[in-house]
Ligand binder design. Structure first.
Ligand code: 9D3
Length: 232
């Protein structure tokens, strides 16, 4: 998969993405990413890509032209059609299902906004998928873009080893009707630590009972901590 990122801070991507599983995916030839500075597509001598909002108010708005020109320039660097994704607080909440969908695409183009936002007309023209990473205010779309890249990369065939793929099933296990559940608690040696023991069933050697206990823990923890995952 090829991922392009349009950003005002292209230098932040390599250090983070090279260090983790995305770095391994790149080394294995399964993933490539290219961060491009939107500022390179400013047409004025001060490389200004933002301007004051029509209607007044605080903050600056990213102008249409540099964003549009950057998208056009980057898209012709590869013949595959890119799924365009804009990271924005107004986007659809990013979920594992969306990551699974994005992982099927040959190419992604992520646009990380900064300032108060991007001129709505270039969003209308580009028709990107718009994603948010949660109800929290960040200072830009760069960390959200890296979250998307990380979540997608680990779903690409061949990126995780077999042991890790198995672990993935328990990372977000499925309940009876395919609903995602929180994981159960985990324990390792020693059997007692600061006076705290380990649930007896885990020491019993009875794999059937262990699996039943884990399934029960997943369900009760989800009920207690994330009832929204279980629906009505
Ligand atoms: C005063 C208006 N601000 C809303 C509270 C505007 C604003 C614009 C841009 C606030 C933050 C940002 C920068 N954030 C992102 O670009 C962003 C983001 C986020 O802040 N939270 C969750 N997901 C995302 S995806 C991109």
């Amino acid at each position: 998969m090829r991922i392009d990122i349009l950003t005002l801070f292209p230098e932040v991507f390599d250090p983070v993405l090279s260090a983790s599983i995305t770095g391994r995916a790149r080394t294995a030839g399964l993933l490539e990413w290219h961060a491009t500075n939107i500022r390179d597509f400013a047409d004025n001598k001060h490389a200004k890509v933002d301007d004051r909002p029509f209607g007044g108010g605080p903050g600056m708005v990213m102008m249409c032209k540099p964003v549009w020109d950057a998208v056009q320039a980057v898209e012709v660097r590869d013949p595959r059609v890119a799924q365009r994704v804009l990271l924005t607080p107004q986007g659809t909440p990013f979920t594992q299902s969306i990551a699974e969908d994005l992982a099927t695409k040959p190419r992604l183009l992520l646009i990380a906004g900064h300032y108060e936002g991007i001129d709505e007309r270039v969003i209308d023209a580009l028709e990107p998928m718009e994603l948010s990473v949660g109800d929290v205010v960040l200072s830009g779309g760069e960390l959200p873009a890296m979250m998307v890249i990380d979540a997608v990369a680990r779903l690409l065939p061949g990126v995780l080893g077999h042991a890790d793929s198995a672990a993935e099933d328990s990372f977000m296990p499925r309940g009876p009707d395919g609903v995602r559940l929180l994981d159960c608690p985990h324990y390792t040696r020693p059997r007692e630590w600061q006076g705290r023991g380990v649930p007896e069933v885990l020491l019993s050697g009875d794999h059937g009972e262990v699996e039943k206990w884990r399934a029960g823990q997943m369900m009760t923890r989800t009920q207690e901590r994330r009832p929204d995952l279980l629906g009505e």
